[in-house]
Design a protein around this ligand. Structure first.
Ligand code: GCO
Ligand code: MG
Length: 403
């Protein structure tokens, strides 16, 4: 019987930090898992190296479900982003191995194709409204039929989610957390205007999305959702923090603007009520932060029962390993909605070679066995870890705001 021989953790920074787990079996088959938790990378690397890798050696790599239960129940300490990201990395690597052993791409192991391609949304942003409109035009020319729009809010300096100049969108850019200013009043005044400007200029023949980044209270989010109904958004994302799932009921009572939540949530229990009580329309959990393919499928199956569709997180702080795994899952599940897509920096491709391809507004998985991603350890060693943090938001009076 083939057994797990090695589990190695690599932390590298080709363009941004990534934590990668590589499991090798006694037959010489390798599997990859992403373990990147933006701004807390080394916590997961340590969890894997110190507390998980020693438990894997000698075990059967084919028993994926059992391994998941062993790591989740066995730890005693349940849930939480660090634990769930570590479990996700092991789970993803084992699915990769299973695919390679079977000689099949991952989506085939998940039940085969439900669709020919995976609809993605791209990111338009602008430091002012004309710049945002130019960016939307650019993405439409590239063939995207779903576009997220974010513009800087006047009078409060840098706004999260808005690219500076022509640089890449980079959510974790500074060695210590940058402290940004936030004004709910200014945002609520400005955002509906630029979303309307996008629709006025380009019409309704494409999906328009917007990310609120957890910055509103439920009643503010209700007002915002109501005000932008005429823009017919595909979704408003993270309108309010989601620890209190019940708080979404208030938003729901006031608006038909669809709601998407889940990128910062890591287990089925974190979205259970949101899903079963139909308080959201899209669940944005993804492979890396929600316990891997095994657990994500459980979340998506629950969502399917309640007419909630998928909309997996896909920012560049998720490695190409996660993107590939997500696109395999997206290809297979019946209740797929949309996939976030933000192309990785070119230099990331020196370390991770992925079979995922963009074409005409969609992503496509390759037919390579498993995930179809290769990791170049030599190249990775040229890009050592660099401390990088997400910004912190403070209100005009200096107090910390929700995020
Ligand atoms: C998105 C996100 C990202 C996250 C980032 C956190 O919708 O893509 O909100 O910008 O904030 O991935 O690490
Ligand atoms: Mg988001």
């Amino acid at each position: 019987m083939s057994v797990i021989e090695r589990a190695e953790v690599f932390v590298c920074s080709p363009g941004r930090n990534f934590v990668t787990l590589r499991i090798t079996t006694s037959d010489g088959v390798t599997g990859l898992g992403d373990a990147t938790l933006n701004g807390r990378e080394l916590a997961v690397a340590g969890y894997l190296r110190d507390h998980v890798a020693p438990l894997l050696v000698g075990r059967d790599p084919a028993r994926i479900e059992d391994m998941w239960q062993y790591l989740y129940r066995g730890a005693y300490w349940r849930r939480g982003p660090v634990t769930m990201t570590a479990i996700a990395a092991v789970d993803t690597a084992l699915w990769d191995i299973k695919g390679k052993v079977a000689g099949l791409p991952l989506y085939q192991l998940l039940g085969g194709r439900s669709r020919d391609g995976v609809l993605v949304y791209a990111h338009a942003s602008g430091t002012d409204v004309p710049a945002l409109l130019d960016d939307v035009a650019r993405l439409r020319d590239l063939g995207y039929s779903a576009i997220r729009a974010q513009a800087a809010v006047p009078g409060i300096g840098g706004t999260y989610g808005v690219r500076k100049g022509t640089g890449a969108y980079e959510p974790a850019a500074t060695a210590l957390p940058d402290e940004q200013v936030w004004s709910t009043e200014a945002y609520l005044d400005h955002a509906p205007k630029y979303l309307r400007a996008v629709r006025e200029r380009f019409g309704f023949d494409f999906h328009l999305l917007h990310d609120v980044h957890h910055r509103l209270t439920p009643i503010e989010a209700a007002r915002f959702g109501k005000e932008v109904e005429e823009c017919r958004l595909f979704w408003m994302e993270d309108p309010t923090p989601a620890e209190d799932q019940e708080s979404f009921r208030l938003i729901r009572q006031h608006t038909t603007t669809p709601i998407a939540v889940g990128e910062a949530l890591s287990s089925i229990w974190d979205v259970q009520r949101l899903i079963t009580e139909q308080l959201i329309d899209y669940v944005r959990c993804t492979v890396v932060h929600a316990g891997g393919i095994t657990h994500l499928r459980r979340i998506f199956d629950l969502a399917a029962l309640h007419q909630v569709r998928t909309g997996s997180h896909g920012a560049t702080d998720l490695s190409p390993v996660t993107l590939a795994a997500a696109v395999h899952v997206d290809t297979a599940v019946p209740n797929f909605g949309i996939q976030e897509y933000m192309a990785h920096a070119e230099v990331t491709g020196e370390v991770f070679r992925s079979g995922v391809r963009y074409r005409d507004g969609m992503l496509h998985v390759g037919e390579q066995p498993g995930l179809g991603v290769e990791f170049d350890e030599q190249a990775a060693s040229r890009f050592p870890y660099e401390a990088r943090y997400l910004p912190v938001a403070r209100r005009l009076d200096g107090s910390v705001h929700d995020w």
